[in-house]
Structures are given as C-alpha cells and as structure tokens.
Design a protein around this ligand. Sequence first.
Ligand SMILES: Nc1ncnc2c1ncn2[C@@H]1O[C@H](COP(=O)(O)OP(=O)(O)O)[C@@H](O)[C@H]1O
Ligand SMILES: [Mg+2]
Length: 224
Amino acid sequence: MGKVIAMGNMKGGVGKSTAGCFLANYLYLSGSTVCVIDCDNRQTSLSDERMIDIEKGIDKDDTYSITALKSSETHAIVRTHIAPEYDYTFIDLPGNLDQDGSLECYLKCDEIILLFNVTRKDLLSTFKFIEILKEEGYKGNIVGLPWKINPMKKEWHNFISETPEDNQFTHKSSMGIPVLKTFVKNDEVSFDRNASTSTLFKNSKGEIANEEVLIELKNYLKNV
Ligand SMILES: Nc1ncnc2c1ncn2[C@@H]1O[C@H](COP(=O)(O)OP(=O)(O)O)[C@@H](O)[C@H]1O
Ligand SMILES: [Mg+2]
C-alpha cells in the first residue's frame, strides 16, 4: 500500500496544484509510481493541463498518471482501489472545504502537506484548517511547507528565527506542526507561471533545480 497525500489548505491560490505537480513529477522521475487524483471538480485543471501537454507531445506512458474523479467518490475508494497500485497517490482538492467529500478526502490521507505563505491572513486560515482536521479526528501526519515565499522579506526571517523580533504570532513554533525548510527561493529558482504537469524547477542559470526545492520534502516522505 502506497502513501495517500493531499497538498492542503482551505484557501485557494496557495499553490496546492502547482506544488503537487512538481512533487509528483519529481517522485516519478526518481523512480516511484505516482497517481494524482484531480478532485477540483469545478476546474478539473490538472486533467485539462495534461491533455494540453499530450497535444504538445508529452509521452503519456512516460509520466505520472492524472485521473479526474469526484471528491464525493474518491474518499470511498482511494485506499481500497487506487493507493494499492502506486507508491504515492496525491489528491488535488479545491481551495475550500465546501465541495462534497473534500473533508472526507483529507481524513483518508496518510500525509497532508500544508502549503502556506507567511502572512497573517494565510497563517490564520492555516491554523483554522489544522484545528478543523483535529476536531474531525484526522489521524495522519501534517507537515507545513512554506510556499511562494519571498526570502528577502522581514516576515520570513521573523517566522524562521529562533527569537522572533516582534510578533510571536508569526514564529514557526506557533504552527504546532513540523515545518520543512523547503520553499521556493525566488532569487535562485525561477518559477514558470504556465507550469505544465511535468515542469521542472530551473535555477537562474537555467539548470534543473528540483533537488534544491524538493529534496527535503522527498526525504520527509521517505522517512514517515
Ligand atoms: N512558488 C510560486 N511562485 C509564484 N507563483 C506560484 C507559485 N506556486 C504557484 N504559483 C501560481 O499561483 C497560482 C495559484 O496556484 P495553484 O497551484 O493553482 O493554487 P491552488 O491549487 O492552491 O489553488 C497559479 O497561477 C500558479 O502558477
Ligand atoms: Mg488547485
């Protein structure tokens, strides 16, 4: 039985789908079998993007799988019918918990990788999300993944520093969950906004920089 993982947050636009694709692609290229279940029923964006990729010539037999499935159906079958077939099964969910079956999907996961930015608004919604998962009896692991971070900003330094200067609220220990160091280093790693389902991170010299961005996350998943 492989791991069932959701890139989480009950907020849209934090980078769940994008980060999920990068990670799924990276794990596939490292030799794992990977499936992404596209449960964003309204947008089904990943399935659409994959179709465009195939039209552009991506070999559909040499990449990870993407399957569109309703969240109201996914939670009932993910562990029995999908996860046994792959090393990693990702569930890509919409940016709120209103869609039928969304919360149930999260509750079925072994891991929730919680993406967030270090702003007060993002952190508040992230704390609330952790609280809801606990109230609903979530038994798996939750790990924080700072994303869309500008490493030059004071709020980021305050968040990671041992002794935050002013606002304790933004210190990482207040998350109450492990937080990975991995983040997208804007100054060193370029991010393609029109990222396809099999895009790689590149550094400023145009070299592939997936290891830099995703290695800690990959090691985390190997060790839990
Ligand atoms: N690290 C990043 N840096 C800059 N833009 C990003 C980054 N990750 C994602 N984006 C962009 O942010 C937008 C929302 O990302 P998306 O993955 O669709 O979020 P979600 O799935 O959480 O709604 C997209 O336009 C995407 O290209
Ligand atoms: Mg999304």
